[in-house]
Design a protein around this ligand. Structure first.
Ligand code: SF4
Length: 321
């Protein structure tokens, strides 16, 4: 993840929650992509470092466990600078211009000048981030599949040019499609930091309840006596993801008959969120600054050791060493 600040429930359900489960079944590498933040925030990078720590704290709070997974910051592992240079030499510019998010981001971030070499090349950086660990899988949601496809193409091109003792060095990773349920923000649009509609993993209970109170509902339910439809209501969507079966039944029955009010219904949604957030926040409180430093130092050393194995093969295959 990019270090854009404290993580929200959308980040959690879209990725982090799945990662926490994956670390029990796979050898996993999770990092904070601070170099990627530079591709858009190059003019003022002052927030990148503090945000990087916040994201790492949220990783730990969510349950990523340094005893099971390698947790690190991208820029602390120097191989993340080297491989993109080599892969950049063989990646056609046309491939990069065709990446869907290239044009999308330029349009969405129109206030920033993104006509930069680094921004155009960020898929190469991303491909390098993946291929450095010669992984079997990349766990991504549907919206990220195009990036993994490009990574596979870059790996294929590399393997066509270079081999080590007749063997391929950069295996093409497969996508491990992870479920990412639709999670609305408080204004009903997709939960996203750029919309200012998020519920943070670190929001205390009163803040969660306050945000829920102002959340938009089924527009057809204007008065308390009007029946509504949870399938057309962002609060209903939250219930579907977080509430128990029993609560969900009460929501459907009560909403469709106008038997419950939206305030009551939002209270139940807040209860469910608080139940998810409590253990996350308890874990967050246990980590001191020194603990985070230790996790990062150890993670960087472990990531570097693994990445260097790959780089030694890459350099040898390219006859650079
Ligand atoms: Fe939405 Fe609940 Fe109100 Fe129905 S009762 S419109 S689901 S907030």
């Amino acid at each position: 993840m990019r270090p854009t600040g404290k993580l929200h429930l959308g980040n959690y359900m879209g990725a982090l929650h799945n990662w926490v489960n994956l670390q029990n079944d796979y050898e996993c590498y999770f990092f904070v992509a601070d170099l990627h933040a530079l591709t858009t925030d190059y003019a003022d990078p002052s927030n990148i470092l503090p945000n990087t720590r916040e994201v790492m704290l949220d990783y730990l709070a969510a349950g990523l466990d340094p005893a099971k997974s390698v947790l690190f910051v991208q820029s602390q592992v120097k191989q993340h600078f080297e491989l993109p240079l080599y892969l950049g030499m063989i990646t056609p510019v046309g491939w990069l211009e065709r990446v869907p998010s290239y044009k999308d981001m330029q349009e969405n971030l129109a206030e920033k000048d993104l006509s930069m070499y680094g921004f155009l090349g960020y898929p190469v950086l991303m491909a390098s981030d993946i291929l450095l660990y010669q992984p079997k899988y990349v766990p991504v949601g549907q919206d990220q599949q195009a990036h993994v496809e490009l990574t596979r193409e870059v790996a294929r091109r590399f393997n066509n040019f270079y081999k080590l003792n007749g063997e391929e060095v950069l295996p093409e990773p497969d996508v491990l499609l992870t479920p990412s349920p639709k999670l609305p923000g408080t204004d009903g649009r997709k939960m996203s930091k750029s919309y200012g509609n998020t519920i943070l993993l670190s929001d205390p209970e009163p803040e969660v309840r306050k945000k829920l109170k102002t959340m938009v509902t089924d527009p057809a339910r204007v008065r308390r006596t009007d029946p509504g439809d949870p399938d057309k209501c962002p609060v209903g969507d939250l219930h579907k993801v977080f509430s128990s079966h029993d609560t969900l039944e009460k929501v459907y029955a009560g909403c469709r008959t106008a038997g419950i009010g939206c305030i009551e219904c939002k209270g139940w949604a807040a209860d469910a969120l608080v139940q998810i957030l409590n253990p996350i926040q308890e874990r967050r409180a246990k980590y001191s600054d020194a603990d985070v430093d230790d996790v990062l130092k150890d993670g960087a050393a472990r990531a570097e050791a693994r990445a260097e194995q790959t780089m030694a093969e890459v350099r040898a295959a390219m006859k650079l060493a």
